[in-house]
Design a binder for this molecule. Sequence first.
Ligand SMILES: *[C@@H]1O[C@H](CO)[C@@H](O)[C@H](O)[C@H]1NC(C)=O
Ligand SMILES: *[C@@H]1O[C@H](CO)[C@@H](O)[C@H](O)[C@H]1NC(C)=O
Length: 292
Amino acid sequence: MKLSTSVLLSLLAVSPLAQAMLPIHIKSYRFIKPSSDENDPSENEVFYVKGLDYQPGGSSGFDADGDSDVLSDAQQCARDTYVFQQLGVNTVRIYSLNPDLNHDECMTILNDAGIYVILDVNSGNYGENLDRSDPWGTYNSQYIGRVFRFIDAFKNYPNVLGFFSGNEVINDEKNYASIDPPYVRAVQRDMKQYIAKHSNRTIPVGYSAANSVDLRLATYRYLQCNSMDGTHVNQAFEESRSDFFGLNTYEWCSGSSDWQSSGYDVLNSTFSDAVIPHLLRVRLQQEPPKNF
Ligand SMILES: *[C@@H]1O[C@H](CO)[C@@H](O)[C@H](O)[C@H]1NC(C)=O
Ligand SMILES: *[C@@H]1O[C@H](CO)[C@@H](O)[C@H](O)[C@H]1NC(C)=O
């Protein structure tokens, strides 16, 4: 195993065919992949994310003060990128990374394999995300400073498809769903202003919603809004809106669900008038075997 990993690593690392991937951009409700550097709209194609969550060890496997994260070990990245290729995925989403480490090798390995990444700028550690019960206390300069360091750490990799500004911050209908949303938009505004000022390309900023049927549509409507009257784009709103929306749904039970019984038909019609791209994150629920 060790041997094949290092062989693979050197193959990936020195591949003469490798070149920088072309960044994805957003047009209306779609992700667009340029066909060439010219970025000719008539030749570009719609990009459908076919992805995986990638967080070996889960959230508890991340140590904010440690000297490694999931994109710091080139051997591990080469091993897992090989599997991503076998599975046919074109994107991975990563929840927790340390902006102060070097990610050049892993990002190059992913780039050379044709794989984009969508990254959460936050981590689960205290001070590294908005606390939904205390958004005013945790939306502070130390937190935003880390978000900016994170953007700096990744903005130059062409295969960064986008950043998530928050993950399931809005998910407590009773107590906090009415206080958190403006803070999510404030973080998005800060991120988009920072990217506009410091990055040489636009990087989409989105939000990843909780698996809450009750809050789903309201969250989406609030975060995508860029107009007061529904016709004229308001520049300040445009700056704080989500560029894309991550949707969690755990409704499909493997082996037994279909389009109707899973509720996917409702989900599909709920978002039939989407104005920004959606990412669907599914978790298949295994039903217990039936007793005969
Ligand atoms: C943007 O920055 C990256 C990294 O420094 C560089 O490779 C790339 O050529 C730059 N692109 C443009 C359009 O200047
Ligand atoms: C999902 O919604 C879209 C837009 O309304 C519609 O065109 C499409 O046929 C729907 N898909 C299914 C499988 O019902």
